[in-house]
Ligand binder design. Structure first.
Ligand SMILES: [Zn+2]
Length: 118
């Protein structure tokens, strides 16, 4: 398990947690309840009073978000299309225990993609 630093730029708050590799997590800032930004690599977290440090970090986060979030959404759309194809192919097969188990798994996977790639 690799861990990453998650930050809330507005509250100047940071924590370590398991890597989500850029996908949506349920981690929240304890101060504002907003979502946290996962830093992709080690980054020196400025002291709360370091205005320049946090400004620099805010610029980095904004730049990374502008690049990553649309890409994540496209990846999600592609994954959903593939899952939907698999689901409709399976639904055409004759009902069996194995088919139902696979269908359930695919629907679970699909629901997770909807949440994690939004
Ligand atoms: Zn916050």
């Amino acid at each position: 398990m690799s861990s990453r630093t998650y930050i809330c730029v507005s509250c100047r708050w940071a924590r370590r947690a398991e890597a989500a590799f850029g996908l949506v997590t349920e981690l929240r800032c304890p101060l504002c309840q907003g979502g946290l930004w996962e830093l992709s690599r080690r980054w020196r977290i400025p002291r709360k009073t370091d205005d320049d440090g946090w400004r620099e970090l805010a610029v980095k986060v904004e730049r990374d978000a502008a690049e990553w979030l649309p890409r994540r959404q496209l990846m999600g759309i592609a994954k959903l299309a593939r899952l939907d194809e698999q689901i409709s192919a399976l639904e055409k097969q004759a009902a069996s225990k194995g088919r139902n188990i696979r269908l359930k798994r695919l629907h679970r996977e699909r629901a997770e993609v909807v949440v994690r790639y939004r």
